[in-house]
Design a protein around this ligand. Structure first.
Ligand code: NDP
Length: 502
């Protein structure tokens, strides 16, 4: 890491303004394309988390009593403000994580949709009337939880945050966000947009810091009502276990190792384009990365031939250049992990068909670049096929029968996403229904919408983002039972015998 005079400094966003950490410490934000520190932000710890939770609890007293329509108005205005500031968001996200500008611009242009969708849910949400009987009226109310904690990763700093903040705000909660230390700036910019839209101070707070200090303090805080993490599976175990000690609700969107399952009736060009998008978008740093190409043996060689050729032609470069297709990995740590796994793959006997090293050239010397890589000759039990690498590495595994394809699709500890490629409608659904994954795309990969539930089976997580289910997961249910009779119910004066539970 090279420390130059940072371009700018930010505090932490608490109670509607930027403030310094209680300790006065700062943390550096590095640009992965050249290893230079381009910004510093406040480094929060347990004392700052305590202060932010207190602010959020206080803000809840009013925000928790607003109407859905009031919240929707603010959220829609915030969506418009984000659209106006899109260029700034894109530039900073690219500087923080090195993802190519063309991808970041495409992704962030959609982020405001989450505010609009969940604002609409808040505005139109209806509670239910329960068929209790004729003597009583029973209705339920979805009420907010209180101050909630959000722990977010670095790979999609704003989009993943938005998947949490939008339903949380819509439901009437207040919040403390602990973003990844790698990408803390844009989550605070979201606070600026919300404030400009009229969100009361203290409803949305961001405390940058490290996982084992600020993150742990938030997770272990006895007065938060829910902790919501997106991160690695190991972090998920720690966070859920810590929250359980306080009986705090926890949801966890965790790791994955998605399979792209290609049946032989798929055109070769389509299969190759699908594999490249699923495997290399965001330099492979997505939880639903198509890290495993499970392809029918009859088309394996044709697919590999084209895949190798086209992968070798992907344009690496400065991620701010709109022509660049693949930027650096987000950090030195992420490139080290990728390099280590490529070595493991070679040691396990798999073949590097393309990539498998850093790119040559002066332009790439200082950044954390790595060539997109395809391994052939991979066996399902190999570590490269089983463990999350989170880099631009695809493992190709051939299959012969539909049963084998399903077994391979289910053949890891993860169960987040998968895609099935075939023109045979019956087969597409049959295979999909047999897959133990929370999200399955048919003839597509990594499509997402604020209305479409998102979350994993098995070791990929607990809970769901997006859609009405996400709104509900940010509420608690109150059941109200009203007697419709004016008569006195006097158990001790009658003769009993009426059936009742209590
Ligand atoms: P991490 O699990 O390392 O971190 C996630 C967040 O949790 C960060 O803010 C981190 O802080 C914080 N954290 C780390 N340790 C603790 C702890 N002990 N207590 C409380 N908080 C902690 O994930 P990454 O940021 O490296 O993100 C990559 C992972 O996220 C991958 O495994 C990926 O699959 C998963 N992911 C899942 C998605 C899904 O939808 N299921 C989507 C995107 C990513 P810090 O890092 O700042 O120290």
């Amino acid at each position: 890491m090279t420390v130059h005079e940072p371009k700018f400094a930010r505090g932490m966003f608490v109670n509607g303004e930027y403030v310094n950490a209680a300790s006065g410490k700062t943390l550096p934000v590095e640009n992965p394309k050249n290893g230079e520190v381009f910004a510093v932000v406040a480094e929060g710890d347990a004392a700052d988390i305590e202060a932010a939770v207190t602010v959020a609890e206080r803000a809840f007293e009013k925000w928790g009593r607003t109407t859905g329509a009031e919240r929707a108005d603010i959220m829609e205005r915030a969506a418009q403000i984000m659209r106006r500031r899109l260029g700034e968001f894109v530039t900073l996200e690219v500087d923080q994580i090195g993802r190519a500008r063309r991808e970041m611009a495409a992704q962030l242009a959609r982020a405001p949709e989450w505010l609009s969708y969940f604002g609409a849910v808040a505005r139109t949400h209806e509670d239910t009337v329960i068929p209790f009987g004729t003597t009583h009226l029973n209705y339920t109310r979805r009420v907010p939880l209180g101050a909630v904690g959000h722990l977010t990763p670095w790979n999609h700093p704003v989009l993943i945050l938005m998947k949490k903040v939008a339903p949380s705000l819509a439901a009437g909660n207040t919040m403390v966000v602990k973003p990844s230390e790698i990408a803390p700036i844009t989550p605070m910019m979201l606070g600026e947009c919300l404030k400009e839209a009229g969100l009361p101070d203290g409803v949305y707070n961001v405390v940058p810091g490290y996982g084992p200090t600020a993150g742990l303090a938030l997770t272990a805080h006895p007065r938060i009502r829910k902790i919501d993490l997106t991160g690695g599976t190991e972090t998920g175990r720690v966070v859920v276990a810590t929250a359980a000690k306080n009986l705090v609700r926890a949801s966890a969107e965790l790791g994955g190792k998605a399979s792209v399952i290609v049946f032989p009736d798929t055109e070769i060009d389509r299969a190759v384009a699908a594999t490249m998008f699923a495997g290399f978008v965001a330099a492979g740093q997505t939880c639903v990365q198509g890290a495993r190409l499970v392809v029918h043996r009859s088309i394996h060689d044709q697919v590999i031939e084209k895949l190798v050729k086209r992968t070798g032609a992907i344009r690496l470069g400065d991620p701010q250049d709109p022509d660049t297709q693949l930027g650096p990995l987000a950090s030195k740590k992420q490139r080290d992990i990728t390099e280590r796994y490529v070595q493991i793959g070679k040691d396990e006997g798999a073949t590097v068909a393309v990539g498998g090293r850093r790119p040559d050239g002066k332009a790439f010397e200082r950044g954390y670049y790595y060539l997109p890589t395809v391994f052939t000759g991979v066996k399902n039990e190999m570590r490269i096929a089983q463990e999350e690498i989170f880099g631009p590495v695809i493992c190709v595994i051939p299959f012969d029968t539909e049963e084998e394809a399903i077994a391979l699709g289910n053949g890891t500890q993860f169960g987040l996403g998968a895609s099935v490629w075939t023109k045979d409608v019956a087969r597409a659904h049959r295979v999909t229904h047999a897959l133990q994954c929370g999200i399955v795309w048919i003839n597509d990969h990594h499509r997402i919408d604020p209305a479409s539930p998102w979350g994993g089976f098995k070791m990929s997580g607990i809970g769901r983002e997006n859609g009405l289910i996400a709104y509900e997961e940010y509420t608690q249910l109150q059941s109200v039972i009203v007697s419709l009779t004016d008569g006195v119910f006097d158990w001790y004066s009658d003769e009993g015998g009426t059936k009742r539970y209590s």
